[in-house]
Design a protein around this ligand. Structure first.
Ligand SMILES: [Zn+2]
Length: 279
């Protein structure tokens, strides 16, 4: 049984703001340790349930997606380290049996720790077939394309809600309760990691109850930028339609084409106002 663990940092135990998330932050090295320990808990759970291969996809954009500490990771896991450029889980294929998402943040607009969709720099929100979708949903959609179920996500209580909306069968682990965007009531990391280990094992033992996420075609995504100039830059890409001042849309039958095109539109949009910074 082959398990993919897709990772981010905002939803890791004990992490509430950028001091723990970027190499410039005073607590970044501690944030990396917390991240690696939450991932180790999921790896132990997967092996407890009979996994034979666990591949960790090292996420979070800061430091070129090299945030997991390789030397502190469970020695039986494989780590994909570094920025894969196109979209998360691009190296996934149908040889995997399950996807777990550790340390995620909720999509833009849910009131969790550092809520955003792909980037808060110039993107507001993405809708897919009329429903708001964030990174948890998009990653699970890639898994579904390969016939693989998304079985567990960890983060704050808004991550749990985001997950339930798209993957009602999946387990969720709440490691902290967001008070606002930069504050949370946090479980002790050891307690959070006990929960992640136990629920990862349970999720994998109940694999027959899990489903791959497959949506009705065509897939129509709309992407709302912060400024009109972002949408103006992004609409130049082939197949993209600008539907109002700040919003573009793209329609396709192919999940991977959708993910690649959204990434391209976001990159193009970002060229318009490169010096905007928001948190
Ligand atoms: Zn992140």
């Amino acid at each position: 049984m082959k398990v993919s663990i897709c990772t981010d940092m905002e939803g890791i135990s004990g992490i509430v703001d950028r001091n723990l998330l970027t190499p410039e932050g005073v607590d970044y090295e501690r944030g990396r340790r917390f991240m690696t320990e939450d991932i180790n808990a999921a790896i132990r759970g997967a092996f407890n349930a009979g996994a034979t291969e666990v591949i960790v996809s090292g996420g979070h954009g800061a430091n070129g997606a090299r945030n997991v500490l390789p030397e502190a990771l469970h020695p039986e896991a494989i780590l994909i380290s570094g920025h894969t450029r196109k979209f998360r889980l691009q190296s996934l294929d149908s040889s995997y049996d399950a996807v777990i998402q550790i340390g995620f943040h909720a999509r833009h607009g849910l009131q969790g720790i550092l809520d955003h969709t792909i980037t808060s720099r110039h993107v507001r929100e993405i809708h897919l077939n009329g429903r708001p979708i964030g990174e948890i949903g998009l990653n699970g959609l890639v898994a579904g394309y390969h016939g693989i179920p998304m079985i567990l996500a960890s983060g704050d209580q808004w991550v749990a809600q985001d997950t339930r909306e798209w993957f009602p069968w999946a387990k969720t682990v709440i490691v902290k309760y967001a008070i606002n965007r930069y504050a949370a009531k946090c479980l002790h990391p050891k307690r959070a990691q006990r929960l992640i280990e136990a629920e990862s094992e349970t999720a994998l033992r109940n694999l027959e109850k899990m489903q791959p996420l497959v949506l009705k075609k065509p897939l129509r995504a709309t992407l709302g930028f912060r400024l009109t100039t972002h949408a103006e830059a992004a609409e130049d890409a082939a197949g993209i339609e600008r539907i109002d001042s700040c919003t573009i849309s793209y329609t396709t039958d192919d999940v991977l084409d959708l993910l690649r095109t959204l990434r391209m539109a976001i990159r193009l949009g970002g060229t318009a106002e490169p010096r905007i910074t928001t948190a």
